[in-house]
Design a protein around this ligand. Structure first.
Ligand code: SF4
Ligand code: SF4
Length: 464
């Protein structure tokens, strides 16, 4: 990668931290409203429970050889030079506490063996640097021992949440899902209004009566998009509608389950489970045959855990999660869609692999094959910046919040530079967080490239 390895800048981002959670949000999520009085003891008890429950965490605590192979693979280190953003150093914040409380040598010799108390200063570092990690897993691709630092970040956040330490952004979003049903806090009447507005837009664009259905009982497909697709990435939403219309498939959205995004993944296991459960409940209420997840990265990662989180989908005719890209590709391969690729000739398209579909969701080929089927002009970014080596957009993992803008922009720089090198004028992606972050990133680094969804381009190319 062309991006130079930065000079080390000790504590460069030590003071760039997310705003802390508000009581009203913590209350909704049933977390302690303030730091619990005996927080150190409680945190270590939680740490012990996670070590018992997740054998992978125990292994990650023990096997790191400090070889440094991951050190320069994190976009947040490349962008900031802060050594605590090296994956090995980030994980060491947790390992040093692990040694202190869970190993004989750490209990006996303390700092002499790099074992440290979980005190106020350490907790501050955990809060700062585990919320400067986007849980992207890029570092894990390069670790010869398979250490997954994203899982270490998960565990650290889970421990912090258990003692009442979390960020405003993440808890606010989850609280909105609990209260209203989706990340944006869109009430059912507004969802319905917007679907009707999109139908008018579709009529104006195509001359066809293309539906964006809501709460249709007995539909074949329940589409669960990220709620942002209905309000911000509307071209993607209209692309889904064109797809189902062209196929003649009955489908619906749900005012109860209209959020694929799962911010529980960024906070703790119970929240992830509860947010995902809404989707299954929405499918049961509408008695659909299958559920299709829309273009959302972390939603798809959570979707693949559905069996573990919420039990089997055996009440559906198609008893497993389907991603919209898997579904669309199957239809293209069957020849069920008529496509005019020249409809996208006004753009040179590249594809940004969001971290979760690429490294945790087995979705590497599907979006590319769809893009090649609907665009004449497609170019890949450099091989070491795509597929499972993709760089994070800079805002995944609960980092899409303005108070840490310096982290977002510096962490996203490798993505922006790889895009610039292609000369692409349109970057397609399948993640609502990427779609929110990338336009700001491109503007910041002065890369002339529009951002949009794979189904936006597909929709443009469908011939009715
Ligand atoms: S998971 Fe991603 S953001 Fe976190 S340390 Fe690894 S490379 Fe960096
Ligand atoms: S590459 Fe793996 S073993 Fe090497 S320092 Fe990083 S986490 Fe540890």
């Amino acid at each position: 990668m062309d991006l130079p390895i930065p000079d080390i800048r000790e504590d460069a981002t030590a003071n760039v931290a997310c705003h802390p959670a508000k009581d009203k949000d913590l209350k909704w999520i049933a977390l302690p409203l303030a730091r619990v009085p005996n927080w150190q003891q409680k945190a270590i008890e939680k740490f012990a429970a996670l070590l018992r429950e997740y054998k992978s965490l125990q292994v990650y605590m023990d096997i790191c050889a400090r070889c440094g192979a991951c050190a320069e693979k994190c976009q947040f280190y490349l962008g900031t030079g802060d050594p605590n953003n090296m994956p090995v150093a980030r994980a060491e914040l947790m390992r040093s506490v692990y040694r202190r409380y869970f190993t004989p040598e750490g209990r006996m010799f303390g700092a002499a063996v790099d074992a440290y108390d979980l005190d106020e200063a350490m907790l501050k570092k955990w809060y700062t640097y585990f919320y400067q990690c986007s849980e992207c897993r890029r570092c894990s691709v390069f670790c010869p021992y398979g250490v997954d630092t994203a899982e270490i970040t998960w565990a650290a956040r889970e421990i912090m949440a258990s003692i009442g330490v979390a960020t405003k952004y993440v808890t606010e979003v989850i609280a909105k899902v609990y209260q209203i049903g989706n990340n944006l806090g869109i009430p059912p009447p507004a969802w319905l209004d917007n679907c009707q507005f999109l139908e008018e837009e579709l009529k104006a664009e195509t001359g066809k009566d293309i539906r964006v259905p809501v709460d249709v009982e007995g539909a074949e497909v329940l589409l669960v998009p990220p709620s942002a697709d209905n309000f911000a990435n509307t071209n993607t939403m209209m692309g889904y509608a064109k797809l189902f219309h062209a196929l003649g498939v009955s489908w619906t959205t749900s005012t109860y389950a209209n959020e694929a995004g799962n911010f529980g993944l960024f906070l703790n296991y119970p929240s992830m489970k509860k947010v995902n459960c809404r989707i299954l409940e929405g499918a049961r209420r509408l008695r659909v045959k299958r559920v299709i997840w829309g273009e959302c990265g972390h939603a798809w990662r959570a979707a693949l855990y559905t069996d573990t989180l919420n039990g089997p989908l055996d009440f559906l005719e198609v008893p497993h999660p389907t991603h919209i890209c898997q579904y669309t590709l199957e239809m293209l391969r069957r020849g069920a869609l008529k496509i005019d690729k020249s409809a996208n000739d006004d753009v040179l398209v590249t594809y940004h692999d969001p971290c979760n579909p690429a490294r945790a969701g087995q979705l590497l080929e599907e979006p590319r094959e769809i893009l090649r089927a609907c665009c004449n002009k497609f170019v890949e970014m450099r091989g070491d910046t795509i597929r499972e080596r993709t760089f994070c957009c800079g805002a995944g993992g609960g980092l899409l919040t303005d108070e840490i803008m310096p982290i977002r922009m510096s962490g996203g720089k490798p993505r922006a530079e790889a895009c610039r090198a292609t000369g692409a004028t349109f970057m397609a992606t399948i993640c609502a967080i990427c779609k929110a972050q990338l336009p700001e990133l491109m503007k910041h680094w002065k890369v002339e490239c529009a951002i949009g969804g794979v189904h936006e381009l597909l929709g443009k190319s469908i011939v009715f």
